[in-house]
Design a protein around this ligand. Structure first.
Ligand code: ASP
Length: 596
């Protein structure tokens, strides 16, 4: 489509365009003055090209040329020239050419910038977020936004090809029990009542299945009022989908179709299918986590049998009290004695009583502070069980089994996980437990309470060990998303609520509308949600999800650009029937003063 203000994108010009008259518009990136001739890197959304502003060609008055500053928004017309060979810039896609301008107009001047717009210059993140609109002008950020758009487009294309229908669901809804804290919105029309923002479209997509929409998807914004530890945001985006007359295999096949297309479109990589699978139990036993990074092996080995008769008290004591002894072969770490002791300290920090390191010597024996306490047979068996080659370091933890697995799982990542995401390893984890226990020892749903158990009787008799039809998609050690086959039988749904300690009356009051819907011929259905922010961040090799979110919040949930969350006028509160207690205001003021 012909545009009115430019003929070409700055970043699109190539040697084939030499001799073409072009009109470009964009921002002044770098600017260099060579004896009156001004060279400008002109940047627009398509990239950068060098523009030559020579006073001899009179593109503008000398005064205008000399007053050009960084990030002025300008328009130029001129002829595309080939740069002399020695002046070409192989780092720029447009590096073979330059545009010699015959007109230049300043469309909009810029004040002095709060920071330089240059990918090579590190800027404090709070400042970047405060001026996100400038930060987005940096080529790497433009690239991240483009990648995000590409990923979402690829997802929509796949869903469309597979016959899914995009349906929007509301964002002012009733609170639902999905495991996180709800974000609440006070109602003005019904004072004292609140909407919740959706933690996900979970119940609405299930209603759509009951409503006869057999294939649903949505690029959905979700809200969870969680502490922003790790790499999370209060609001985030999912590709949410659901299918009727579907079981687990239908969902996993759809996930493979989406992930392979997205990976191909963004990274040009063909991912092998089917994706590998582990049961939740296997993942925990071998990798100490439900989201293993399988780009590297280093699996956890159970060494408890090796030490069944051991005279080494630290180990025999653990076994006697029902714990276990497990290890990983961490390979040739090349660590000094203090480096190895550092790993023991790290294991303690992570909650284990300690960690034993053993370095394999050339003759197959071990150098280790505990070697003298172990028998020849024990040493040989450790070596065989962990397939230790000379130089390899075997790391052993003895403790309660859950601690052993968690600590070795974390140490495994710290010593083995590759930097960046050059290689991409997708994995399905299946057969999750239905429930886990919270800190108070009560059962809570491991996925969410609408997930079908494999065996209802088993779930009733032994909830702690019951397996569900829930599955996760994992990429390079990050959980990309979760899903499950849903309960479509109201009696089973009631049973799950009961196990969760939600009384019949409570269930009726909170989700009576949903339990009733289940009673009108609900089709068997299943679905999933992929976290788009995380997927794009990994595919873009970005250090965190904020880099691929146009306007993210800080780690404390604030937006330094617009100042949210912020106070509102008393009038607004009065209309809503909401009052903020003075004590809360005082606390808030203290936080604000502390710069939070
Ligand atoms: N609603 C779930 C979630 O957001 C995903 C699903 O079960 O489809 O994690």
């Amino acid at each position: 489509m012909a545009e009115t203000m430019k003929t070409h994108g700055a970043g699109t010009l190539r040697a084939a365009d030499v001799g073409t008259e072009v009109t470009l518009a964009g921002w002044v990136g770098r600017r260099r003055d060579h004896g009156g001739v001004v060279f400008v890197d002109l940047r627009d959304a398509s990239g950068i090209v060098q523009v030559v502003l020579n006073p001899d060609d009179a593109p503008a008055s000398e005064q205008e040329l000399s007053s050009l500053r960084m990030e002025y928004c300008i328009s130029i017309s001129g002829l595309v020239h080939l740069r002399p060979d020695d002046m070409a810039n192989p780092e720029l896609p447009t590096g073979e050419v330059e545009v010699v301008a015959n007109t230049m107009t300043v469309l909009s001047p810029s004040e002095t910038l709060p920071f330089q717009i240059d990918d090579r210059i590190e800027v404090d993140e709070a400042r970047r977020l405060q001026y996100r609109y400038l930060d987005l002008r940096r080529p790497s950020m433009t690239e991240n936004l483009r990648a995000r758009s590409k990923v979402i487009r690829a997802m929509r294309n796949v869903m469309d090809d597979l016959g899914f229908m995009e349906v929007e669901t509301p964002t002012l809804i009733a609170s639902t029990p999905e495991g996180a804290r709800d974000m609440l919105v006070p109602s003005r029309l019904r004072k004292g009542n609140f909407y919740a923002l959706p933690q996900s479209p979970q119940l609405f997509k299930q209603l759509l299945m009951i409503g006869g929409v057999e294939r649903y998807y949505q690029v959905a914004r979700c809200y969870r009022d969680e502490d922003l530890r790790a790499d999370r945001q209060l609001e985030f985006t999912q590709l949410d989908f659901e299918g009727s007359f579907w079981g687990q295999e239908d969902v996993l096949a759809t996930l493979e179709a989406i992930s392979t297309r997205v990976t191909k479109d963004l990274r040009g990589i063909d991912v092998d299918q089917p994706f590998p699978r582990l049961t939740w139990h296997q993942a925990m036993e071998r990798y100490g986590t439900d989201k293993p990074d399988i780009r590297f092996d280093m699996q956890i080995t159970d060494l408890s049998d090796v030490f069944a008769e051991t005279g080494f008290k630290a180990f025999s004591g653990v076994l006697a009290s029902g714990g276990s002894i497990r290890g990983i072969n961490a390979g040739a770490l090349g660590l000094s004695r203090s480096g190895l002791d550092g790993l023991s300290a790290r294991a303690q920090e992570l909650g284990a009583k300690g960690l034993v390191w053993m370095v394999t010597e050339d003759d197959g024996g071990f150098r280790s502070p505990v070697a003298k306490f172990l028998s020849e047979t024990e040493l040989e068996e450790i070596s065989t069980a962990s397939a230790a080659e000379p130089g390899d370091v075997v790391l052993i933890v003895a403790d309660e089994t859950q601690t052993v697995l968690e600590v070795l799982g974390q140490i495994r990542l710290e010593v083995g996980q590759p930097d960046g995401h050059d290689e991409l390893a997708y994995l399905f984890v299946v057969d999750f437990p239905v429930f886990e226990r919270n800190e108070d020892g009560d059962f809570v749903a491991l996925h969410h309470p609408f997930t079908a158990p494999v065996d209802v009787r088993e779930m009733s008799e032994d909830p702690g060990h019951a397996i569900s039809k829930a599955y996760d998609l994992v990429l390079n050690g990050s959980e990309l998303g979760s899903g499950s086959v849903r309960i479509h039988d109201p009696a089973v749904q009631a049973k799950v609520f009961e196990t969760l300690g939600i009384s019949d009356e409570d269930a009726e009051r909170r989700f009576g509308w949903f339990l009733e819907a289940l009673r009108y011929g609900t089709p068997p259905h299943a679905g999933f949600a992929i976290g788009i922010d995380r997927l794009v961040a990994i595919l873009q090799n970005a250090p965190n999800i904020r880099e691929v979110i146009p306007f993210p919040k800080t780690q404390t949930g604030a937006d330094p650009l617009t100042g949210s969350p912020s106070r509102v006028d008393d009038d607004q509160l009065r209309e809503l029937g909401v009052e903020v207690r003075p004590a809360v205001m005082a606390e808030w003021a203290v936080d604000e003063a502390a710069g939070d």
